[in-house]
Design a protein around this ligand. Structure first.
Ligand code: FMN
Length: 184
């Protein structure tokens, strides 16, 4: 059980975002607290309503509300988390994380984090094998982050190969293992 553990999930705009609601279910069943930060583009793939109902927390997308001035503190969000998971991690989000381009709340929060960061990349075969993606992933590893390597299989584009995000059960197991080890 992950009793009371605080898991922050950053969702970016990959088709595999459809797997995240199920991952949230697994974490909540295990008594974890879950907070979702979604990149603006990711909401084309999964609805804020689904994510907020399952996580029992409002989904956070924007740094502030233009009308009211109410703002979300990326620093508080980063400090709240026991663990940060970026899943799915698009090529774009990986590049921004690797290079400190904080043009949305998700990346600003990531850059403010001192806790362990897990990253589950997902993309088409060619994007995954592009030298830029390879270099960005190597950089992220050098920062001490853990890459949850994608699977080989059928991709949403119809191509076969590397780039499928790991299944929710597998990602859950990685998180659980890490938090168990940390507790001992
Ligand atoms: C149907 C569709 C599926 C996509 N899937 C992926 C994907 O799996 N991985 C990826 O890196 N980009 C994917 N993209 C491209 C990203 O959505 C695009 O680069 C976007 O700007 C990323 O935004 P974000 O990283 O800020 O969330 C997809 C685009 C479309 C239209």
């Amino acid at each position: 059980m992950l009793n009371g553990k605080k898991i922050l999930i950053g969702i970016s705009a990959g088709i595999a975002a459809y797997k995240i609601p199920y991952l949230i279910r697994l974490l909540k069943k295990s008594n974890a607290e879950v907070q979702i930060i979604a990149s603006p583009n990711s909401l084309n793939f999964v609805t804020p309503l689904t994510l907020s109902v399952l996580s029992e927390n409002p989904v956070i997308v924007e740094p502030f509300n233009k009308e009211t001035g109410k703002w979300n503190s990326h620093i508080e969000l980063a400090n709240w988390a026991d663990l940060i998971l970026i899943a799915p991690a698009t090529a774009n989000t990986l590049a921004k994380m690797a290079n400190g381009i904080a043009d949305n709340l998700l990346i600003a929060t990531y850059l403010s984090a001192r806790t362990k960061v897990f990253i589950a990349p997902t993309m088409d075969l060619d994007m995954y094998h592009h030298p830029s993606t390879i270099a960005n992933i190597a950089k992220l590893k050098s920062y001490g982050h853990e890459i949850i390597e994608p699977n080989v299989g059928e991709l949403a584009s119809g191509l076969q190969g590397e780039g499928r995000m790991r299944e929710p059960e597998e990602i859950f197991a990685v998180i659980e293992n890490f938090l168990k080890k940390k507790a001992h």
